[in-house]
Design a protein around this ligand. Structure first.
Ligand SMILES: Nc1ncnc2c1ncn2[C@@H]1O[C@H](COP(=O)(O)OP(=O)(O)OP(=O)(O)O)[C@@H](O)[C@H]1O
Length: 255
């Protein structure tokens, strides 16, 4: 008998191109006796519609993993594919273009451009990608509105608190149609209500088809992810689905 999906004209298997593939990634800093092995053979695949949380003690390699995932840094060994494109062989300019089009980044230190207002900071990635300035500004304003920060549109970063800068940085990561969101402690400087708002926004982008990697120390926020991986000394020591919320993540001995 013909399977129901085939009978309905639906292909049996649909090929999903992962938004991010890290295959056997190693990252070593320094030389000889000063060598630090930040990542040792880490593999991670994140598909559209999936949010993966990364937890682990300080120095375990979480930020390194994220910067390599976003092609900001090059791996010492291993393969990185973003949206199916291998980034290892690309020039710095080509990598920047792949990153800009595909990935939205929230950095630990926000990385806003001091000479630009919040609105201009958020609009910048769209403008760099060829969007007309007025349309980019309109979209930036919408992104700021979503995160309850539209009143910051005309303010410069040094006129904002840490939490306000963080909200602008999140708007910049989510603006446009980026298919991969990489967030390093995006809730660090935020009160718990705003933290929840950020996670709801991130989750709705993921549910609309983006993919995400979220570095967090907080199991409450990791519970918004579909899966959590735990790093220790640059290696994945555990990977757990999170259907039951934070309870499933507690008690794994992370300090
Ligand atoms: N640019 C660098 N040069 C030398 N060593 C580095 C560099 N970046 C990271 N490291 C080292 O690599 C290891 C992993 O660092 P990483 O910042 O990825 O850890 P982390 O888990 O994000 O830590 P935290 O939670 O404190 O942010 C650490 O030992 C760190 O000192």
């Amino acid at each position: 008998m013909m399977p129901a999906r085939a009978a309905a004209g639906v292909p049996e298997t649909t090929l999903v191109v992962p938004a991010l593939e890290l295959i056997d990634i190693t990252r070593t800093y320094g030389t000889a006796e000063n060598q630090v092995h930040a990542l040792r053979g880490v593999s991670l695949t994140v598909c559209p519609g999936e949010l993966v949380a990364v937890m682990g003690p300080s120095g375990s390699g979480k930020s390194t993993l994220l910067t390599i995932a976003g092609a900001l840094e090059i791996a010492s060994a291993g393969t990185v594919r973003i949206g199916g494109h291998s980034v290892g062989q690309l020039s710095a300019t080509e990598r920047a273009a792949v990153r800009r089009r595909n990935a939205g980044f929230v950095f630990q230190d926000y990385n806003l451009i001091p000479a630009l207002t919040a609105g201009e900071n958020v609009a910048l990635p769209l403008e760099l990608d060829g969007r007309r300035p007025r349309a980019a500004r309109r979209e930036a304003r919408r992104a700021l509105m979503e995160i309850d920060a539209v009143e910051l549109t005309d303010r410069f970063p040094d006129e904002m608190s840490g939490g306000q800068r963080q909200r602008v940085a999140i708007a910049r990561a989510l603006v446009g149609s980026r298919r991969l969101i990489l967030a390093d402690e995006p809730t660090g400087a935020l009160d718990s209500v705003t933290g929840e708002l950020v996670m709801r926004l991130l989750r709705s982008r993921i549910d609309a088809g983006a993919a995400g990697v979220l570095v967090t120390h907080d199991a409450r926020y990791a519970a918004w992810a579909d899966r959590t991986i735990f790093l220790r000394d640059g290696q994945v020591v555990q990977s757990a689905a999170t259907p039951g919320g934070p309870e499933t993540l507690l008690g794994v001995g992370l300090q």
